[in-house]
Ligand binder design. Structure first.
Ligand SMILES: [Mn+2]
Length: 318
């Protein structure tokens, strides 16, 4: 039996969900099954391309629903799991007993493990470490900013590699190894370590850069790193430097955009008095009440800098 597993690409929870699903399937459904994996990205909107369901059984984990009759297993926890017409009704009408959704679950990995244990008699305990860290990472439940910035834990180093997603074959191979190896063993695998080392070095350089530039004024941390290639910016550095900060505003430059990031201190939730999505919407951006962003074309960097200064003033006054 061929099983195709589609998972949320570039995401620790997505890869961990695929690993737990595979082990569950081999132990409780079909011991001789063979697996192929393919990552799905939120960049492609609209219904999922039905040609991807090329297995005898087809699963989606940690990603939105599909009404295709070829989809035989589904586990998700995203609030936006049914963006297209008819999808939610199709899920509600499903009687297969193999499609599961809980938008309150912190991670899909944790949700999938519980369902597999309760409904199918799967024993997830050998994968407890992986499941634990998927809950922390996807639920943003880091104990403190230092843990989230220094990334000493093997799970967080693995997160760095998974989110950078270097090369098309790496995640499918890693999903295979995640089924039986500890996180410490995973980060030492040569094909993981050779990607991790330069990523981790770059990460530490970015942390040092931000530490040198960030300033706290009236509860708001501000820094501008648009003149440097920093890649994805760890959003917790500001709060590691200034634990008393309420908000952080950043100007950075990504491929094809000048970006303003606006966040609130996740370890001081009671001190957030602004809806950051609302503020970002006024400048053409969006997000959630606790974190938002505004993107402009790269040639409008000066505009982004001006707007960031306005946002800083607004947050300082509130
Ligand atoms: Mn997830």
């Amino acid at each position: 039996m061929k099983v195709t597993v589609l998972y949320h690409d570039g995401c620790f929870d997505g890869a961990a969900s695929a690993a737990v699903f595979t082990r569950f399937f081999l132990e409780r459904i079909e011991p001789g099954a063979s697996f192929s994996y393919r990552g799905l990205s939120h960049k492609d909107s609209g219904p999922i391309d039905e040609r991807l369901f090329d297995g005898d059984q087809n699963a989606i984990v940690d990603f939105r629903y599909s009404t295709s009759p070829k989809l035989t297993w589904w586990f998700d926890h995203h609030v936006s799991a049914f963006p297209n017409p008819g999808e939610e009704a199709s899920f509600r009408a499903d009687t297969s007993g193999r499609k599961f959704y809980d938008p309150k679950a912190k991670s899909c990995t944790g949700f999938l493990s519980s369902v597999a244990r309760e409904r199918f008699g799967f024993d997830p305990s050998p994968m407890a470490e992986l499941i634990h860290w998927a809950e922390i990472i996807d639920g943003a439940l880091f104990p403190d900013a230092h843990t989230a910035v220094v990334l000493e834990e093997p799970a967080l180093k693995l997160m760095l590699v998974i989110e950078a997603n270097p090369g098309p074959g790496l995640l499918p191979r890693l999903i295979g190894d995640m089924q039986h190896k500890s996180l410490d063993e995973l980060v030492r695998l040569p094909y993981v370590a050779e990607k991790l080392d330069p990523l981790y070095e770059k990460h530490l350089k970015t942390v040092a850069l931000v530490r040198g530039r960030a300033r706290l004024e009236k509860g708001v941390v501000f820094f501008d790193v648009a003149d440097e290639e920093v890649g994805t910016l760890n959003k917790f550095i500001a709060y590691e430097l200034f634990p008393e900060a309420r908000y952080a505003v950043t100007v950075s430059r990504g491929p094809g955009r000048a970006k303003i990031s606006v966040g609130s201190n996740p370890w001081r939730p009671e001190e957030r008095t602004h809806d950051l999505a609302r503020i970002c919407e006024r400048y053409g951006g969006g997000g959630h009440p606790v974190v938002g962003a505004v993107s402009h074309p790269p040639e409008q960097l000066e505009r982004a800098r001006r707007e960031a200064a306005e946002i800083v003033r607004e947050l300082q006054e509130g």
